[in-house]
Design a protein around this ligand. Structure first.
Ligand code: HEM
Length: 129
């Protein structure tokens, strides 16, 4: 792999770390500790900032992923197709979450789908299909 493509993969992984790590920190630390009445406004502000960051990370994931899939000729891979289907699902769930912010099951589903996407990414990179 040339340095240029390694850099594209680096950006993909950095965005993956933000996208998945952010959900874990938000769900395990921020929300449980800022649930109180007095914190509601601040929690909402943190959630908004986190949402914009996640959206940016998702855009970078899609752009860099698209570029790598084309360069490494992976569009026929069934693993990539499953991965794309789950990315589409995450986008639908995230939009539903904006519409129904109190439905916590949506956040759990987004995290679960993201973790499966990471697994499929590893399988793609190590040539598992
Ligand atoms: C939430 C979105 C995504 C996450 C969390 C994610 C995560 C990952 C991870 C963890 C890897 C493994 C990299 C390695 O071990 O070296 C990977 C590889 C890869 N991803 Fe993604 N990805 C996402 C979206 C996408 C999208 C939208 C595409 C395509 C349009 C894509 C295409 C690829 C390709 C082609 C590879 C393999 C690169 C190689 O062969 O070295 N990814 N991804």
């Amino acid at each position: 792999m040339t340095d240029g493509w390694r850099f594209v993969l680096y950006l993909h992984l950095l965005s993956m770390a933000f996208f998945v790590g952010g959900q874990l920190v938000f769900g395990l630390a921020v929300v449980p500790l800022m649930r109180g009445e007095g914190d509601r406004e601040r929690l909402r502000a943190v959630a908004r900032r986190f949402g914009y960051g996640s959206l940016a990370a998702l855009l970078v994931l899609i752009l860099t992923g698209w570029a790598m899939a084309s360069h490494f000729q992976l569009w026929d891979s069934s693993t990539l197709r499953w991965k794309l289907a789950l990315v589409a699902l995450v986008i639908v769930l995230a939009l539903s979450h904006l519409r129904y912010p109190k439905l916590h099951a949506l956040q759990g589903a987004i995290l679960l789908a993201s973790l499966v996407i990471v697994w499929l990414g590893l399988e793609l990179a190590t040539g598992g299909g």
